[in-house]
Design a protein around this ligand. Structure first.
Ligand code: GUN
Length: 293
């Protein structure tokens, strides 16, 4: 079997087109323009790329887009002050503070300070709690798992019920909300992680396998159940070749090997990554619509 590649770029582009059209309609009917504020602290090059992608896409959607770039020495108090200003700003419907933050700032305190109604990342405890208790429709769902669910449904349609989904990774940002969403779709869900005994055997049970561990090509081809749908959330930078100073991106799954057994798989890059940004735009539009009543 050779797997179908799930093209996240195409799906994300279609979604962004719809968001731009709906944004124009919202403005026309209510005068409300969705606003997204993105905050970056420090000068981590990878974060800078992610943040400028987010701001650029927001502009393409027709949003009011603001970016706050703060120095690496910014204190937690200064960042909390900015978050409070953005919470109070009626032009801002979505606030995203790019992670990771410098060590002098407690990320949990900053996330808790964001108004849950503007938490378009879906990281606030209130949104996490709503998702965990099966009320995802009232929450902002974190963008990566929400995007992954759309890709899974593109392959399986309504056929998720009863499927065994294995999520490898237990982060608050991806693993845990991903498991909640799959559970809400009536999958049988296993969460595996670095301490799981016989991880290959657990993965081999998966009709749907979601890899979100941040370990380059950890999941090998013979860990895949024939016919499985494989969603690779990993984005890992590795040397392009032995001793090569150039780098390339790989996922958490050895894609070429996995393609021999899977029915469908997301590539890296071009799979889940573009969907994450598109879902951030959708959450911001949703926030603006809620605001417009
Ligand atoms: N850092 C890496 N991914 C993300 C994300 O989705 N949101 C935020 N805020 N920071 C990140």
């Amino acid at each position: 079997m050779t797997a179908t590649l799930i093209n996240g770029k195409t799906s994300a582009a279609a979604l962004i087109e719809r968001i731009a059209a709906d944004t124009a309609l919202l403005r026309q009917k209510t005068g409300v323009q969705p606003g997204l504020a993105v905050v970056i602290v420090g000068d981590d090059p990878a974060s800078q790329v992610y943040v400028s992608n987010k701001s650029r896409t927001a502009e393409r959607c027709g949003f009011h887009s603001v970016q706050h770039t703060l120095a690496a020495e910014t204190t937690e108090e200064q960042l909390l002050l900015l978050v409070a200003q953005l919470n109070a700003d009626p032009k801002v419907h979505g606030i995203l503070v790019q992670l990771p933050l410098p060590t002098q700032i407690a990320a949990a305190a900053v996330i808790r300070a964001i108004d849950p109604a503007k938490d378009v990342d879906g990281f606030h405890d209130i949104n996490a709690g709503r998702i965990a208790s099966g009320a995802a429709h009232e929450a902002f769902v974190p963008c990566t798992p929400a995007g992954a669910m759309i890709l899974i449904r593109e392959v399986l349609g309504d056929g998720l019920a009863g499927k065994h989904a294995v999520v490898v990774g237990r982060s608050n940002i991806v693993g845990k909300p991903m498991a909640s969403l799959l559970l809400a779709a009536d999958c049988t869900v296993t969460i595996a992680h670095s301490r799981t005994v016989d991880l290959p055997a657990v993965c081999r049970m998966a009709d749907i396998l979601v890899a979100a561990v941040g370990r380059p090509e950890l999941i090998r081809g013979d860990w895949i159940k024939p016919g499985a749908v494989v969603i690779d959330v990993g984005i890992n930078r590795v040397p392009a070749g032995p001793g090569d100073p150039k780098t390339r991106l790989v996922g958490d799954v050895a894609t070429a090997e996995a393609m021999e057994r899977a029915a469908a798989i997301t590539p890296v890059p071009g799979g889940v990554g573009p969907m994450t940004i598109a879902l951030l735009m959708l959450n911001t539009l949703t926030s603006a619509c809620r605001h417009a009543g």
